[in-house]
Design a protein around this ligand. Sequence first.
Ligand code: PLP
Length: 388
Amino acid sequence: MEIYDKIISFVRGQFEEPEAFIPLHEPRFIGKEKEYVTEVIDSTFVSYVGPYVSKFEEQIAQNVGSRFAVATNSGTSALHIALLSAGVGPNDEVITQPLTFVATVNAIRYINASPVFVDVDRDTLGLSPEKLKEFLEAECEIKNGTTFNKKTGRKITACMPVHTFGFPCRIDSINETCDEYNIVVVEDAAESLGSYYKNKHTGTFGKIGAFSFNGNKTITCGGGGMVVTDDEETAKLAKHLTTTAKVQHPWEYVHDMVGYNYRMPNLNAAVACAQLEKLADFVDNKRELAKNYIEFFADLPVDFIEENDDSKSNYWLMALIFESLDQRNDFLKFSNDRKVMTRPIWKLMNKLGPFKNFQTSDLSNSEWFEQRVVNIPSSVRLNDSWRR
Ligand SMILES: *Cc1c(COP(=O)(O)O)cnc(C)c1O
């Protein structure tokens, strides 16, 4: 317990909070949020029409280096639309990792497609290109350019790796393997705005990527998401699907597909634009906190998860690895009792009721993480050097 005490004091020291509750990740509104929101309210264009939505789309595209961006009302809807725009249909299969937030797999199920769970790497927490290759070689066959799962007979249309906690996965190798099998790569980059793999922004490696601006993410607009792609047709389809599939016309209501009301309101986009102006500062601030944690945990028998040399992580949620499930549980109780919020990594998706009957391969790394990983306070800090 002495070491847990040490950890708690250190965390409190980082946030300059000797007593108060310390949340896992709280938003910071220290920019032009109020100014932009007031402008939107005064204009009365609070909903889907208004300049901030297109402005935010253009700015995200520019920031991450993609040709197109389509704003949505959540990260989950962005994933749903990304899969649909990538051509995933009912009864198809989508390869993904079991170590993720539930939205990844929900999006697959919204289409009535099935997830197939492949393991993650120990050093990235993201989908393992080696395990992916092993699965495809052992379990699948290519017929007329399409990959089929031999066990289920179903078509494997897409692969959806996740950049877990903001740590980039080996997305270039995943791309390479998926190319060989004609499988479309859809990146769940919900947690990784501001993260780079080999100097290229996460979410821009696959055919299409999705980000989230939920309240607990690195930047937020209350709720929101973004689909990014370099492919013009895919971008057009994504925009069409998110906007009720309405055919452009000055007054007639014609809809040529079953579309969705997934648009980001102008009010939220105003907040999002103000937040994006702070992204670089937020990421710097979080990386500084990560550096402090790294130095602190270097001398302790608990591992702090670090980025790899080929990556730059936004350190969205920082995480510890304990030696055992018991230790993990002890620390969760100890820290939460002392009002320092910590929480375990997600239960694996293949163990949840709605997804437990889908195919899995060897998931030993995911299971290893599930027993040991705890997230610790990771918010942008408001210390003196920052309060400019
Ligand atoms: C947050 C998150 C999402 C979903 O985003 P929402 O905006 O909450 O709908 C999807 N995938 C992952 C991995 C996430 O962390």
